[in-house]
Design a binder for this molecule. Structure first.
Ligand code: F0G
Length: 341
């Protein structure tokens, strides 16, 4: 039975009395991937959430809260995953969903998802940061419409549950946590989750994509470019919280190149774990940190934020979509040739 995060962690979330809108989010697998010298490497598969990304942890709380306060609709700006998650939870709650995306910048699978759940998709000519500003303005003017981006504090509270699950799974805090950073909400939520539980805080490493790495460059960017469309963000709304989290935990921000991201995606997939490019950035960053001897000893957890099926066009850059055509009566011989090329 899946009780959903609000009931499971109500003791820690400390939310006001509300009727949960849940799709059975959370409780995602944490896989022991490898041991590299003194580092035990764990991968938390957030793509196993109901809509295929970590956003569901926050969305169950934000949408429950919005419905409880009498909202008729939710709105968000998104690079795709927030849109899909908001659409699903709004559908479950009987609310309308409006999602605002940067035109031609969102993976097709996420668009289809949001649309299938019944959301209205609105595209602007501009980037994510402009879309976020626009929806903030709308939510400020219209009290019946709730903003469910991670600037909504209920979203971040829900996303703290990722930290709770790691603590409950390992029995203690890991020594390091590596995660991809876009709008910078998730890294901040993990930090607060560990802090609330008071069982130790891992060093936090925030990984950005080169070309969209304002936290590494230490200034906002107007132009952003990376293959990892989910984290193509130049003005992270929660930058101040993320900087505090990284500083206080003695971690750092780093960036990885598109080719490092694609190679990491391929390596994970060949090991049975198919994630989207933004999530592969975390693994690429983890490898760089290991090679540069920056990882502390002990348990190291990487958060793989989204499912590979969300964006199938990008991995087609390295995975062949052309099948090998064979004759059925010669199947055994053909297989033999692939075994011993
Ligand atoms: N990984 C994935 C798969 C994401 O979709 C996002 C953000 C992040 C990492 C970064 O998380 O923003 O909390 O630092 N996606 C948002 C969206 C922006 O609209 O779906 P963050």
């Amino acid at each position: 039975m899946h009780m959903g995060l609000i009931n499971r962690y109500h003791q820690w979330l400390g939310l006001p009395e509300l009727e949960p809108v849940t799709l059975g989010e959370g409780n995602t697998p944490m896989v022991h991937w490898a041991t590299w010298e003194s580092h035990r490497i764990w991968l938390k598969l957030e793509g196993c959430n109901p809509t295929g990304s970590f956003k569901d942890r926050g969305m169950t709380v934000a949408v429950s809260q919005a419905r409880c306060q009498g909202a008729e609709a939710v709105i968000c700006a998104s690079t795709g995953n927030t849109a899909a998650s908001a659409a699903a939870y709004a559908g479950r709650a009987g609310l309308k969903a409006f999602v605002v995306i940067p035109n031609n910048q969102v993976a097709l699978g996420k668009m289809i998802q949001a649309s299938a759940y019944g959301a209205t998709i609105l595209a602007i000519e501009g980037n994510f940061d402009q879309a976020l500003q626009a929806v903030r303005d709308v939510a400020e003017q219209e009290s019946w419409i709730a903003l469910v981006n991670s600037v909504n504090p209920w979203r971040l509270r829900g996303q703290e549950t990722g930290a709770y699950e790691i603590l409950d799974g390992l029995g203690h805090a890991p020594s390091a946590l590596v995660l991809p950073v876009g709008n910078a909400g998730n890294i901040s939520a993990y930090f607060h989750g560990f802090r609330r539980r008071n069982e130790g805080i891992p060093q936090l490493f925030g990984i950005q994509a080169q070309g969209a790495d304002p936290l590494v460059q230490e200034h906002e960017l107007d132009e952003v470019k990376t293959v990892a469309s989910a984290i193509r963000i130049g003005r992270p709304a929660s930058a101040h919280l993320a900087k505090e989290a990284v500083k206080e935990s003695r971690g750092q921000f780093r960036s990885v190149s598109d080719s490092q991201i694609l190679r990491a995606q391929e390596e994970l997939a060949h090991g049975g774990i198919f994630v989207e490019p933004a999530s592969a950035a975390a693994y690429a960053g983890l490898k760089v940190l290991y090679q540069k001897r920056l990882l502390p000893q002990g348990d190291v957890v990487a958060i793989l934020t989204g499912n590979g099926l969300k964006d199938t066009q990008t991995p087609a850059m390295w995975a062949s979509v052309e099948p090998q055509i064979v004759k059925s009566q010669y199947l055994t011989e053909s297989i033999g040739q692939f075994m011993n090329p």
